[in-house]
Design a protein around this ligand. Structure first.
Ligand SMILES: [Mg+2]
Length: 283
């Protein structure tokens, strides 16, 4: 008898405004009291000096206003980032897999790796997170170099490396992103017959992505994955989400899916966490 191997997919996701609501660069500049962050980024983007999405890394290294950045600030900024809803349920769903399909989930972000690891602490293991790598001076704690920027082509390099490491062919790659730092990687994934999902109305990106899904919930990405990649029926998709504690309240199926997902477990988990440790739980 032949044993059927599960089909193995790589699902890679951007972080800023894909898994989170706010940009980590903005959170960090507020923490440090650096004014005009958005203005600085817009100026850099216009000049095309750095890869799109790599502006924060450049500013940290070269803008005197960011001179004071230390590792602790990055970790604290991560704690202040507001995550999208049902992120834990999304990650757990992928870990379990579905109907003979399994997923390896990775986060690939242009933000400093420390920020992303801190924001996703307890949800995504740090070895599954690729971010921009900064080199800190052991004496002063200052950033003395940028080792690797995971923006633009930097994201393509990570996807290539993961395909090799996991032994996954390019048609089993799914990439999720929201912004201009994701253009290169989405073109690359499409080119390899993989699947791309935009989670914003960014016009450049929506033209490139195979699917667009708009929602406040991180788990909404499961809808185009189950629908268009796995080809499951809508009733089955609802059932699968419900088994994970997720209720698909609304699903306008169009070129752009508009999805509302409610999580009936989260309120309980949030209450317990608040009562237990006095920590702030993202709304
Ligand atoms: Mg982003």
């Amino acid at each position: 008898m032949k044993i059927k191997q599960p089909r193995h997919f790589l699902l890679a996701s951007d972080f800023d405004q894909t898994l989170s609501h706010n940009d980590s660069g903005l959170v960090l500049s507020e923490l440090l009291g650096v004014p005009d962050f958005e203005h600085k980024v817009a100026g850099l983007a216009r000049s095309h000096l750095v890869q799109q999405g790599g502006e924060l890394a450049y500013l940290i290294r070269h803008d005197p206003a960011f001179r004071g950045v230390r590792r602790e600030h990055l970790i604290e900024a991560g704690r202040r980032v507001r995550l999208k809803g049902a992120l834990r349920a999304f990650v757990e769903f992928l870990e379990r897999g579905v109907d003979g399909h399994r997923f390896s989930f990775y986060v690939v972000s242009a933000a400093p790796r420390e920020v992303v690891v801190s924001a996703l602490d307890g949800i995504v293991p740090s070895e599954n997170i690729f971010g921009t790598e900064l080199d800190f001076d052991p004496q002063s704690g200052e950033v003395r170099a940028i080792d690797s920027v995971r923006a633009g082509y930097g994201k393509v390099a990570v996807i290539d490396e993961l395909e090799q490491r996991l032994g996954i062919t390019s048609d089993r790659v799914i990439y999720v992103g929201d912004g201009s730092s994701d253009i290169h990687v989405m073109l690359h994934v499409n080119n390899g017959d993989g699947f791309t999902i935009a989670v914003s109305e960014n016009r450049q990106l929506a033209r490139i992505a195979r699917s667009t899904v708009l929602s406040d919930s991180a788990s909404s990405v499961l809808v185009p994955v189950l629908d268009q990649v796995l080809g499951l029926r809508p009733a089955h998709i609802r059932e699968l989400l419900e088994s994970e504690g997720l209720v698909l309240d609304e699903w306008q199926r169009d070129r752009t899916d508009r999805v509302m997902i409610r999580e009936f477990r989260e309120s309980l988990i949030a209450q317990v966490a608040r009562a237990g440790a006095g920590v702030e739980v993202p709304a």
